[in-house]
Design a protein around this ligand. Structure first.
Ligand SMILES: *Cc1c(COP(=O)(O)O)cnc(C)c1O
Length: 343
């Protein structure tokens, strides 16, 4: 067993840095259910302004923020179009059905990135006896696609087709920060193509907890009620919001380092026999196992013995995610472990 663990399972495994812990310790707080935590208010205003929306609301998790958006945009008994490998469809434990009474319509897209044509063909015609389509959800960056960026022009096309058909658009932008770091296109320009946007603090930005939902003020006032109903009303939340403000100031621009390290990992492993590397656009590297005698569970277990953690995301697919706590040595160790196991 190696002494130092290189943990590439997710960008959520980061621990708050000493400087972030100091910001947390200094946070001014109040009772956020009464709406008087000053640090939460500052964070919500800051994120609304980054996304060029009227208001934003802090949530304990991305799933709760996504689910709240769904309840805002779709009534029970309506349908919402999602990509077939989206987080909504695969990783939210049936919440749209279980909590919101919403039916998801999974639409497979090439490379997991929707086209306007695919969305349009999934919209139900307005017959009296036909189920109504209420909204479309877009994911940027797309997690299961290996952190792929949803191109801005495509987002505009999807937004136009949705609005022509009276549908709302939700952007699951859990890693929208990474899309911006990769393309240089402002988060707000992506957010222009959506009615509600979810962004996460506890992934690449390195915070312990938190996501935000942004949109029109009236929508966010309704979102506050839904959040409370879902059990997400929190009190001295300023200690979490302080970490968020710190991360926006100090961890946002460094995301390109994570992208460079993901690229380095892909480059160092592209000739490992029995492995196909999906070239990363951001901070997620997907490895497909080509050897019939090895599945993802066994590969993950073998890597663990070399002190490297990755996560199985399919029977023959393993994922590595770079983040704040991974340096170049960690990348070299991970590449060497993959080579050792597969050779
Ligand atoms: C991580 C993630 C979420 C959910 O976030 P949690 O904070 O884990 O609930 C939603 N959407 C996407 C695309 C994600 O990657």
């Amino acid at each position: 067993m190696a002494e130092r663990i290189v943990d590439l399972r997710s960008d959520t495994v980061t621990r708050p840095t000493p400087a972030m812990r100091e910001a947390i310790a200094r946070a001014e707080v109040g009772d956020d259910v009464f709406g008087d935590d000053p640090t939460v208010i500052r964070l919500e205003e800051r994120v609304a302004s980054i996304l060029r929306k009227e208001a934003a609301l802090f949530f304990p998790s991305g799933i709760m923020a996504n689910e709240t958006a769904l309840q805002l945009l779709a009534r029970p008994g309506t349908e919402v179009i999602v990509e077939a490998a989206s987080h909504f469809f695969d990783w939210e434990l049936g919440a749209p059905a279980a909590l919101s009474g919403v039916q998801l319509r999974p639409v497979p897209a090439p490379d997991h990135i929707f086209t306007a044509e695919l969305v349009e063909s999934a919209i139900r015609p307005a017959f009296r006896t036909q189920l109504r389509t209420a909204a479309v959800c877009v994911e940027n960056t797309h997690n299961a696609a290996g952190g792929r960026v949803f191109p801005l022009e495509r987002m505009h096309e999807v937004y136009d087709v949705a609005h022509r058909n009276h549908l709302s658009v939700h952007l699951d932008g859990s890693r929208l920060w990474n899309a911006t770091a990769a393309t240089g296109i402002a988060e707000a320009d992506y957010a222009d193509c959506a009615d509600t946007i979810m962004v996460t603090l506890s992934k690449g930005l390195g915070c312990p907890i938190g996501s935000l939902l942004a949109g029109e003020r009236e929508l966010m006032e309704r979102a506050r009620v839904i959040r409370r109903r879902l059990g997400g009303g929190m009190r001295q939340t300023g200690i979490l919001a302080a970490a968020g403000l710190f991360a926006l100031d100090h961890h946002r621009t460094r995301l390109s380092e994570d992208h460079a390290r993901a690229g380095l990992l892909a480059q160092l492993t592209e000739d490992v026999p029995g492995l196909r590397v999906i070239p990363p656009e951001t901070n997620i590297v997907m490895f497909d196992i080509l050897r019939p005698d090895l599945d993802s569970v066994s590969l993950v277990r073998a890597l663990e013995e070399h002190g490297v953690r990755m996560v199985e995301v399919g029977r023959r697919r393993v994922r590595a995610v770079t983040h704040l706590d991974i340096d170049d040595d960690g990348i070299h160790a991970a590449a060497a472990a993959l080579r050792a196991v597969l050779q």
